[in-house]
Write a protein that binds this ligand. Structure first.
Ligand SMILES: C[C@](O)(CO)[C@H](O)COP(=O)(O)OP(=O)(O)OC[C@H]1O[C@@H](n2ccc(N)nc2=O)[C@H](O)[C@@H]1O
Ligand SMILES: Nc1ncnc2c1ncn2[C@@H]1O[C@H](COP(=O)(O)OP(=O)(O)OP(=O)(O)O)[C@@H](O)[C@H]1O
Length: 301
């Protein structure tokens, strides 16, 4: 008789920040945030299978993704097993669809996917509260990758509250050949904004526009406090941003800590023609819908 394969695959989305309000650094070095997250349709698929030891691999090699204990997916797997006081291990395989070091939280998506996959693999029945807490300990963006949809993020980004979003939009994701380091962007933010407030305000007008599904207003209200720091570190982004605005999208935005840039479209045909135009001019870009679901099981065997 053939032994059953014990294997679970979880899909987790990329995120963008429709609003990223950043305050001055706290005593622990992290920055207080008031952010509106949205999950968008670029995904990593994470498969976990019983194994004698923890290990991680990619379905295709990608520079910049560690394949040792530094990989956040292994840290997530170990953390959940330790939480339950168990001595179990898994082989983790990641199929990456989210750009690496693009400010779209690819590593965070892998951590969230691994938490859910490991929970299901061994039927650990972790409560949502515990999963979100462990996620927050792994990284500021990880809880949102579990939640998906559109949400308010506070604290250092790890405290997430779903908000109503009746918009249904298309993002043209304009990639960069080189990544940007998140800590470096935050450090430069501190230089540029030494008087940043301790408590950045919730962007109520954007919250209301999302609840009503008014894409035009959402486009006009997109905002990222890290943009001045990112464009200082990567001056080439200034010209790219200007070229994107000329195409007349409903909005343009730096994704998280960058360097990925985003164009907002309500109409998918307009988004497609922007991609065709930009591709012809040598840009690397793709389309992603938003909002989409958070981490979810796709296969169980
Ligand atoms: C830029 C964003 O993606 C916006 O959602 C996040 O703020 C970054 O989230 P993340 O990559 O999950 O960040 P973490 O892994 O928690 O922290 C990485 C580093 O980013 C900086 N960091 C992150 C979050 C935050 N609120 N303040 C910070 O200063 C710190 O230097 C920290 O050492
Ligand atoms: N599973 C993983 N996938 C990608 N990067 C990982 C992973 N585990 C650890 N890392 C490390 O995390 C760093 C950030 O990678 P990631 O692709 O998550 O960046 P990002 O999308 O800019 O993140 P964020 O938007 O959360 O700041 C990389 O330099 C890489 O060394």
């Amino acid at each position: 008789m053939v032994e059953p394969t014990h294997r679970v695959t979880v899909r987790a989305p990329a995120k963008i920040n429709l609003h990223l309000g950043v305050g001055g650094p706290r005593a622990d070095g992290f920055h207080p945030l008031a952010t509106i997250y949205q999950a968008v349709g670029l995904y990593d698929d994470v498969t976990v299978a019983d194994a004698p030891d923890w290990s991680v691999g990619l379905t295709a090699p990608i520079d910049g993704v560690p394949l040792d204990d530094d990989n956040i997916a292994i840290r997530a797997g170990r953390a959940l097993v330790a939480h339950h006081g168990l001595d179990l291990a898994a082989r983790i395989t990641i199929a990456k669809g989210i750009p690496v070091m693009g400010g779209m939280a690819g590593g965070s998506a892998d951590a969230a996917a691994t938490l859910l996959a490991v929970d299901r693999l061994w039927d650990l029945q972790t409560s949502d509260e515990d999963l979100l807490r462990i996620a927050g300990e792994l990284g500021s963006d990880v809880p949102f990758a579990l939640l998906g949809g559109t949400a308010l993020g506070t604290g250092r980004g790890e405290v997430v509250t779903p908000i109503p979003d009746r918009s249904s939009v298309w993002w043209v994701v304009v990639l960069s050949d080189e990544g940007l380091s998140t800590p470096a962007v935050y450090r430069h933010f501190d230089v540029l904004a030494p008087d940043a407030v301790a408590d950045p305000p919730v962007p109520q007008a954007l919250v209301d526009a999302l609840a009503e599904g008014y894409t035009d207003e959402v486009g006009a209200l997109l905002h990222n406090d890290l943009w001045p720091a990112a464009r200082d570190l990567r001056p080439d982004l200034v010209d790219v941003e200007a070229q994107l605005r000329i195409l007349g999208p409903d909005g343009v935005l730096l994704s998280g800590s960058g360097p990925t840039l985003l164009m907002l479209y309500e109409d998918v045909e307009e988004a497609r023609s922007a991609v065709a135009d930009l591709t012809e001019r040598g840009f690397r870009c793709t389309i992603a819908p938003g909002p989409v679901a958070g981490a979810h099981v796709v296969t169980y065997a």
